[in-house]
Design a protein. Structure first.
Length: 175
């Protein structure tokens, strides 16, 4: 039997502009864009000797695509610190990679228009495969200076412990 939503009044899907990203138990400041979560499972084709010319299909390996995080450049060094754990140029022999803690689990939280938590996804064993400290500089542009990291991950899952909230309703004051 199908389960119905707690909030049967909500018709609109959630928007994509209210979100936060957390790692090491802290929210990361200023993230303005998070790439989509995508996984792909390979198709393994096979056929039995007695089958006519049709094939059977079964699932193979599942790959999780990297996720990109973007934000405006500030004095916050969280992106750079994490990227340096994977490769720290000039740190000396045996200290280029922080093998103990270069991977992190992260959480992406999505909020509704009222600022209530509505969805959360946990990404596992992430590490920085690409770090852009700043975008191109252009004296003729009128834009924010952006940095980004690309996070490889070994899988993600939705946090089903995040319940659908009771959305607020405003009532008119009585006269």
């Amino acid at each position: 039997m199908a389960q119905f939503s707690v909030n049967s009044q909500r018709f609109d899907p959630y928007k994509n502009f209210k979100f936060r990203v957390k790692w090491d138990g802290k929210y990361v400041a200023g993230i303005s864009k998070v790439g989509g979560l995508k996984r792909t499972t390979e198709v393994v084709k096979h056929r039995e000797g007695g089958d006519p010319s049709s094939t059977r299909k079964s699932p193979g390996r599942t790959e999780y695509e990297a996720v990109t995080l973007e934000r405006g450049v500030t004095h916050d060094t969280e992106f750079e610190k994490w990227a340096n754990k994977v490769w720290n140029y000039g740190s000396g022999l045996g200290a280029e990679v922080s093998l103990k803690d270069f991977r992190k689990d992260i959480t992406i939280e999505v909020y509704n228009e009222a600022g209530q938590l509505v969805l959360a996804y946990n990404l596992f064993r992430c590490w920085v495969s690409e770090y852009q400290a700043m975008a191109d500089l252009d004296a003729n542009a009128n834009a924010i200076l952006i940095q980004h990291i690309k996070l490889e991950n070994e899988g993600w899952e939705r946090d089903y412990n995040v319940p659908e909230p009771q959305e607020p309703s405003f009532t008119e004051p009585s006269a």
